[in-house]
Design a protein around this ligand. Structure first.
Ligand SMILES: [Zn+2]
Length: 269
């Protein structure tokens, strides 16, 4: 049978049309796949942020060193909200953040209900920042209701007066500034452990001049400006002089308060 010219044209047109639709369908499938991958990627990023992990404080990377879940340090309970940031200091000159973090981790094997402690972050002698607990979980740092609404940061000290290295000071400023920005807080919501429980922690900042200067420096960091430690009254801040032997197992300075505080339903010191 001989195909008429008109029929041949019709078939050719239909073939071209089918090809065009096939091409379009192919593009649609590829576009859909790309979209799915993008959505998954974005969700993963947001999930990660929502997971309470702080990756950077200004230009300082935050080292993840999460504690394992136990009722003695990282109890795994969720924070209701983040309304306050509370500053603590270690009470052993030269003790490193790693040593302090390991102390918190060791509490799970001690199983002592009077010794339950932990911090969200520890700022090391050289300014390295460690995250020990995700920011959406409770740290066992302060007894009372604030524990459900606050983040706790501990810094390592280089002097008996609770002073710290310049590197520690600037990292602490950057970390507090980052957390303020992340959780929409200002310096008015930054407190000393001393403000909450009248313990001598953090010793260096019990001096009001030092404390006011620190909050001013946090504001400077929060506004994206460089913190000039040498201009601050904390210029007696000294550089680390190496780790000394640990002179005790206790955590941050609570001057005998930590033991009693931690007993309150295990809510921390
Ligand atoms: Zn404290």
């Amino acid at each position: 049978m001989v195909m008429s010219k008109a029929e041949w044209r019709r078939r050719r047109r239909r073939k071209k049309l089918i090809q065009r639709y096939a091409l379009l369908a192919g593009f649609c499938v590829i576009a859909l796949l790309v979209l799915i991958v993008l959505v998954k990627l974005i969700t993963a990023i947001f999930h990660h942020r929502g997971g309470g992990i702080i990756e950077k404080a200004g230009d300082v990377p935050v080292k993840q060193s999460l504690l394992s879940i136990s009722r003695y340090a990282r109890c795994g309970e969720k924070l209701d909200s983040i309304d306050e940031i509370i500053i603590h200091s270690n009470n052993t000159v030269g003790k490193t953040a790693q040593a302090q973090r390991d102390y918190y981790e060791s509490l799970k094997t001690k199983k002592n209900d009077n010794e339950r402690q932990s911090m969200h972050f520890i700022v090391d002698l050289d300014g390295t920042i460690y995250q020990c607990i995700p920011t959406d979980e409770i740290a066992l740092a302060i007894a009372g209701t604030v524990k459900f609404h606050s983040l706790s940061i501990e810094y390592c000290i280089t002097g008996e007066d609770g002073s710290m290295s310049a590197a520690t000071y600037t990292s602490l400023c950057k970390l507090v500034a980052t957390l303020c920005k992340e959780y929409k807080l200002t310096e008015k919501k930054v407190f000393r452990h001393y403000d909450k429980n009248q313990v001598s922690c953090p010793l260096f900042f019990i001096n009001e001049t030092n404390w006011e200067q620190f909050k001013a420096d946090v504001k400077t960091a929060r506004n994206g400006k460089k913190v000039a430690v040498t201009d601050a009254p904390v210029n007696k801040v000294v550089m680390p002089h190496g780790s000394s032997e640990e002179s005790g197992e206790s955590g941050e300075s609570g001057e005998g308060n930590s033991g009693t505080e931690t007993t309150e339903g295990g809510e921390g010191s």
